[in-house]
Unconditional design. Structure first.
Length: 198
């Protein structure tokens, strides 16, 4: 699905001194046109290169997942972060997960991608690769606009890949975001998010 913790959390993951923790949390309201609306959430904790992440209603409705990852950062004019992650999902979907998160930023432009492979222990045919990516631009400092794409099964329907646009507004340590997938179609999905870092 997605993570609005995206650029802020990834870029900040190694900015803290050894032994100092940083945290972020984001709640989402997902409103598919053909389906029931539902809430989801992502919480992260970072200490130097160590990354811990928990998700609810992300890989599937009524599923919870937990990840461990390690962040690698490099570059000055173009800043790049790559983070391999491993984890496990339980409840309505059960199995191990392997994936990665990565970001790159240069000036007002940035890119974020995450992907994961879930091996469903209950039904091997339900194993699946999820992906989410964003290209963002900041015309002014508090505003971020861009395009977004995702590959997911959580909404049902016939679409395997979904694309659309997004807008985010940051005030202090809080970010309000809105995503609109498949605009104008019967499969459109609107997602509203509210995140904070501390």
């Amino acid at each position: 699905m997605r993570t609005i913790l995206a650029i802020a959390a990834c870029a900040a993951s190694l900015a803290h001194a050894e032994g100092e923790w940083s945290f972020a949390a984001t709640a989402y309201w997902n409103a598919p046109r053909e389906g029931d609306a539902y809430a989801s959430a992502i919480v992260t904790a970072d200490r130097a290169a160590l990354h811990i992440e928990g998700r609810a209603n992300y890989e599937a409705i009524h599923a919870q997942s937990l990840f461990l990852g390690w962040s690698f950062e490099f570059g000055e004019e173009v800043k790049v972060m790559v983070r391999p992650i491993v984890g496990f999902v339980g409840h309505s979907l059960r199995g191990p997960i392997a994936g990665f998160e990565a970001s790159a930023s240069a000036g007002r432009w940035d890119y974020y991608v995450e992907t994961e492979y879930v091996r469903d222990q209950g039904d091997k045919s339900a194993s699946y690769t999820y992906a989410w990516s964003e290209i963002g631009f900041r015309p002014v400092e508090p505003l971020r606009l861009g395009i977004v794409g995702q590959r997911t099964r959580i909404y049902g329907g016939d679409r395997d890949y979904q694309g659309g646009g997004f807008a985010q507004l940051t005030y202090g340590k809080a970010t309000l975001g809105a995503y609109w997938f498949n605009p104008g179609s019967s499969d459109q999905v609107v997602i509203v998010s509210l995140g904070a870092s501390f």
